[in-house]
Design a protein around this ligand. Structure first.
Ligand SMILES: NC(=O)c1ccc[n+]([C@@H]2O[C@H](COP(=O)([O-])OP(=O)(O)OC[C@H]3O[C@@H](n4cnc5c(N)ncnc54)[C@H](OP(=O)(O)O)[C@@H]3O)[C@@H](O)[C@H]2O)c1
Length: 477
C-alpha cells in the first residue's frame, strides 16, 4: 500500500450558501459538473442525507460507490468511496465568505492498492489535474452564466428532411443531445410552480424534479385520491412538503374557470405555469358542456387557464409558461372552420395534433403579447416517452417503438430546464426538444395564414368570455 494521495481544492462563488449547499449536496448532480463523470445515479430513496448512496460511472470505464456518512446542512458533508481501483474519504465544506458569496472546499484522501499504488506514485500530478478540473466544472456550474441555445440551421434542415429529425424523438436522440448540455444549478426555492397532469407520466416526473429543486408546487389534478398519493410520494422522495393540490378536470371549462377564480382570489404570484395534462381520444367524445374532448382538454382548458392567470404571471415579474405540445403537431394545420372536428371522419390522432398545433400558435402569440410583462412563453415536445398515456392510447405504436422510447424523466427534462435554467428565462416563443429550439413547421401545407391565426384567437377569446359569463349567471342563480 502506497502513501495516500490527498487533494485539497477550494473555489469561491457569488451565490448564497443555502443555494450552493442545495445544489452540491445532491451528489448525483456531479454528472453535470465533473467532466470525468459519465453518469451518476442516486441509489437510495429520500432527500440527500446521512446514508444516501450514489453510483458514479466514470468516463474512464470504472464505477465509484459513494455513501454519505456525515451531513450538516450549510456546513459540510463527508462521504466514503469504494471502487475496484481505490477507496477514499471525501469531505465537502461550505462557508459563507461574504454576504451572498460562498466558499466550497473539497478534501479527499485516496488509498490505492496493488498495481494502482505504483501508478499513482508515478503520476500524482494526474490526480491533481482531475481534482482541479472537477472544481473548475463546479465553479462554472455555480456561476451559472450560460448562453441560451439559439435556433440552428443544422437542426432545421434535419427536421425538414423528416427522418434525420424524427430519430431524435427516441431515447437515442435524448442521449446524443444531452452531451451538449450545461449544468442547471438555479434554485427554485420560493418559486411557485403550477403544473397540470402531474399524477402520471411526464408531468409526474417533472413534478418530482421540480420538488427536489425546492419549488413550491401546485398540482392541478382531476383525481383527488391519486393526487394525494402523488403528493405523499413526492414529499417522501424529495423532502419537499410545500405541495398543494387543486382539483380540476381540465376538459371541463366550468371547472377551469372555478380554478382560476380560486387562484386569482388567493392572489399569489405565479412564477411558472406548465400546461401538461393531455390525452388522446378515440372515438370522438363530447363533454357534458358540449365540447369535443381533445379540443376541450388540449386547447380550450389551457387557453382559459393561461389567459386568466396572466395577472398572477405578470405579478411574478419574470414568469415562465411552458406548453407541452407534441411532435405529432408537425403533421397538421389548424382548421379554424372546424376546431371541434365536426366535419369529416374523426381521428383521435388528428384531433390531438391539431390541438397541439394550436397550442404552439398560442405560445407564439402570448410570447409577443406578454414580453413587456417579463413573461417567457415556450412550447416543447417530449419526444416519444414510455408513459401510461402512450401505453393505453397508442398500443400499436407502443408495441412497435417500446425499445426506443425514452423514460418519463427524459421526456420531462426540457420542461424542467425551461422552468428552472437561468438561460431559459432569456428566450420566448420557441418550440423545444431536448433543450434545443426547433422549427414549428417542416411541411409547407401546415402553415396557417394571418387570418386563420386571428380567427383561432377570436374564437377562443369568445369561448372564454361566453363560458365565464355563463358560469357567473349560473352561480348567481
Ligand atoms: N408520452 C409521450 O411520448 C408524449 C409525446 C408527445 C406529447 N406528450 C404530451 O405530454 C403530456 C403528458 O403526457 P403523458 O404521456 O405523460 O400522459 P399520461 O401518462 O397519460 O399523463 C397525463 C396526465 O394528464 C392528466 N389528465 C388527463 N386528462 C385530464 C383531465 N381531463 N383533467 C386533468 N388532468 C388530466 C392525467 O391525469 P390522471 O392521472 O387522472 O389520468 C395525467 O396526470 C401530454 O400533454 C401529452 O400530450 C406525450
Amino acid at each position: 500500500m502506497s502513501k495516500p494521495v490527498i487533494l485539497d481544492e477550494s473555489i469561491e462563488v457569488d451565490r448564497p450558501l443555502e443555494e450552493v449547499f442545495a445544489y452540491v449536496s445532491e451528489f448525483s448532480h456531479i454528472e453535470q459538473w465533473d467532466p470525468a463523470v459519465a453518469s451518476a445515479e442516486k441509489l437510495t430513496a429520500g432527500p440527500p442525507g446521512v446514508g444516501s448512496e450514489y453510483r458514479i460511472d466514470m468516463k474512464a470505464g470504472f464505477s465509484l460507490h459513494y455513501r454519505v456518512v456525515e451531513f450538516a446542512p450549510g456546513r459540510n458533508m463527508r462521504m466514503e468511496v469504494d471502487s475496484r481501483l481505490f477507496t477514499a474519504r471525501e469531505e465537502i465544506q461550505f462557508e459563507e465568505v461574504a454576504s451572498g458569496a460562498t466558499r466550497v472546499r473539497y478534501i479527499a484522501e485516496f488509498e490505492f492498492g496493488g498495481l494502482m499504488s505504483a501508478v499513482t506514485g508515478l503520476y500524482p500530478r494526474a490526480m491533481d489535474k482531475v481534482g482541479k478540473s472537477a472544481m473548475a466544472g463546479l465553479q462554472a456550474a455555480l456561476e451559472d452564466e450560460f448562453e441560451s441555445p439559439r435556433p440552428s440551421a443544422g437542426i432545421a434542415l434535419a427536421d425538414k428532411l423528416i427522418v434525420p429529425g424524427v430519430w431524435r424523438f427516441s431515447r437515442l436522440g435524448y442521449r446524443v443531445s444531452r452531451k451538449q448540455w450545461h449544468p442547471v444549478s438555479a434554485s427554485l426555492r420560493g418559486r411557485h410552480v403550477l403544473i397540470t397532469g402531474a399524477t402520471s407520466g411526464i408531468g409526474l416526473a417533472c413534478a418530482r424534479e421540480l420538488a427536489a429543486m425546492g419549488a413550491r408546487l401546485t398540482l392541478v389534478a382531476r383525481d383527488e385520491a391519486k393526487c394525494e398519493g402523488v403528493i405523499e410520494s413526492l414529499a417522501r422522495d424529495t423532502g419537499n412538503t410545500d405541495i398543494a393540490l387543486e382539483l380540476c378536470d381540465m376538459a371541463q371549462v366550468a371547472q377551469v374557470h372555478a380554478l382560476c377564480d380560486r387562484l386569482l382570489g388567493a392572489d399569489e404570484p405565479l412564477d411558472v405555469l406548465i400546461n401538461n395534462a393531455g390525452a388522446l381520444f378515440n372515438p370522438r367524445q363530447v363533454t357534458d358542456e358540449g365540447f369535443e374532448k381533445s379540443f376541450a382538454l388540449l386547447l380550450l382548458g389551457p387557453y382559459v387557464l393561461t389567459e386568466r392567470l396572466h395577472p398572477l404571471l405578470a405579478a411574478a415579474g419574470d414568469a415562465r409558461v411552458i406548453n407541452v405540445s407534441s411532435g405529432g403537431m408537425y403533421s397538421q394545420k389548424i382548421q379554424v372552420e372546424d376546431l371541434q372536428f365536426e366535419k369529416g371522419n374523426y381521428s383521435g390522432s388528428v384531433a390531438y395534433a391539431r390541438a397541439k398545433r394550436a397550442l404552439v400558435i398560442l405560445t407564439e402569440e402570448w410570447a409577443q403579447r406578454w414580453q413587456e410583462d417579463g413573461i417567457a412563453v415556450n412550447a416543447m415536445h417530449p419526444g416519444w416517452a414510455d408513459t401510461p398515456g402512450v401505453r393505453s392510447a397508442l398500443p400499436g405504436f407502443y408495441k412497435l417503438t417500446r425499445q426506443i422510447l425514452r423514460s418519463p424523466e427524459e421526456g420531462a427534462d426540457t420542461i424542467v430546464w425551461l422552468a428552472a435554467a437561468t438561460e431559459a428565462g432569456d428566450v420566448s416563443g420557441e418550440f423545444w426538444l431536448d433543450r434545443e429550439p426547433h422549427p414549428t413547421h417542416v411541411l409547407p401545407h401546415t402553415r396557417e395564414t394571418e387570418q386563420e391565426r386571428a380567427s383561432l384567437l377570436q374564437q377562443l377569446e369568445a369561448l372564454l368570455q361566453s363560458t365565464d359569463s355563463y358560469l357567473k349567471v349560473a352561480a348567481n342563480g
